[in-house]
Design a protein. Structure first.
Length: 376
């Protein structure tokens, strides 16, 4: 074979090899493009809240779900449904545990038959304020305790949202707690009220408006001021009274069915927890500020009056009674996690309350005008 012919054959072979390589490359790119274009698997979680669709928190959770859908690139969709979509307030946790829906936002009190400590971490008479509750959750082991408790219910604890300050709705202008003696009082935990002669009782959300409107109960607490207004309670009675001593940090636990959680990839599990936890403070600030605006509107209308119990010593006495009798009885009867939660609370108080008192905001003991520095 002559040199010229050999050179031609070598050149042809090179062209063929380059062509094959190009085909392989373009084929790989096509496959990659097809993979990129393939739809991602979407996980849909059905959620039921303890609120109706007209409440502040419901809209907030819808906003959170929209953000979660975006940051997950469409892979995680949470469908937020109002109370009653799948179950009543009393039955919603049980329905979620049984797989009727995936995520439940409700008061852990309704799970106290599984472990009484689920009531203790939810609410309590004469309990710590909502900000202290957040400090306990994040800095003093509260999250770990909640996770253990919800694991008993076959659920994964996501977070705990706390409403703004609750208010007492009444037909009479009570100035002291002693004036509530013998009054029929709807509350979440009636025991302390009963200890001081109040005819306290519990009642689910679905029944409270009719009971109050018909006079079956005299005074009522259920939620923060805007929540109560949207339930119609501020139309049924003139007086709204603080401070809240009955459900001081009434907290909505948000938990997901363990099997539903297990179906999610690890990154979506992390996103889900982060999304709900990122809205904790928003839940509190949104409900608090909504109540401030509602109070201003109701004051301007002349429909309602806003009062505060006047005798601080009553609260000191109630707190001691709560510790000596109600909490001591719970610890004796239930022990276990109930004792663990109370011990955690008490040890936290020892660290937090002295600091909280001395470091309180400079305007706490002033009038609103003094806080502002001007007259509105």
């Amino acid at each position: 074979m002559c040199k010229k012919t050999l050179t031609v054959l070598v050149l042809v072979l090179c062209v063929m090899l380059l062509g094959m390589a190009g085909c392989a490359k373009s084929g790989g790119q096509a496959q990659a493009g097809a993979a990129a274009a393939a739809p991602k698997e979407q996980f849909v979680l059905r959620m039921q809240t303890v609120q109706g669709s007209n409440q502040v928190e419901f809209k907030m959770l819808q906003d959170m779900a929209e953000e979660l859908l975006k940051v997950s690139d469409g892979r995680l969709k949470v469908e937020v449904n109002p109370l009653g979509t799948f179950a009543s307030s009393l039955e919603s946790f049980q329905a979620c545990m049984n797989g009727v829906f995936d995520i439940c936002a409700n008061y852990g009190t309704w799970l106290k038959s599984i472990d009484y400590a689920l009531h203790i971490i939810t609410t309590g008479n004469m309990a710590m304020d909502p900000i202290a509750k957040r400090v306990w959750l994040y800095e003093f082991g509260g999250f770990e305790i909640a996770e253990k408790l919800f694991d008993k219910a076959n659920m994964v604890f996501l977070t705990m949202h706390t409403d703004g300050t609750e208010v007492l709705i009444a037909r009479e202008p009570f100035e002291t707690i002693s004036q509530l003696k013998n009054k029929k009082f709807r509350t979440s935990d009636p025991r302390l009220g009963n200890e001081v002669g109040i005819a306290a009782m519990t009642m689910p959300l679905e029944e409270i408006f009719t009971a109050f409107q018909t006079g079956a109960i005299d005074v009522i607490e259920y939620g923060y001021l805007t929540f109560d207004q949207r339930l119609g309670l501020t139309d049924a009675a003139r007086y709204a009274i603080w401070p809240d001593f009955w459900n001081v940090n009434n907290s909505i636990s948000i938990a997901i069915n363990k099997q539903s959680y297990g179906k999610l990839p690890a990154d979506l599990q992390a996103m889900l927890k982060m999304a709900f936890r990122s809205y904790e403070m928003k839940h509190y600030t949104a409900t608090q500020f909504a109540s401030a605006q509602t109070m201003q509107e109701l004051q301007a209308s002349g429909k309602n009056e806003f009062l505060r119990f006047k005798d601080p010593q009553e609260f000191a006495n109630l707190r001691k009674l709560m510790y000596d009798k109600v909490e001591a009885a719970d610890i004796k009867e239930y022990g276990g996690m109930t004792k663990e939660v109370f011990d955690s609370f008490y040890n936290f108080y020892k660290v937090w309350y002295p600091y909280k008192k001395i470091s309180r905001w400079w305007g706490e003991d002033l009038t609103p005008e003094q806080m502002m520095g001007f007259k509105p």
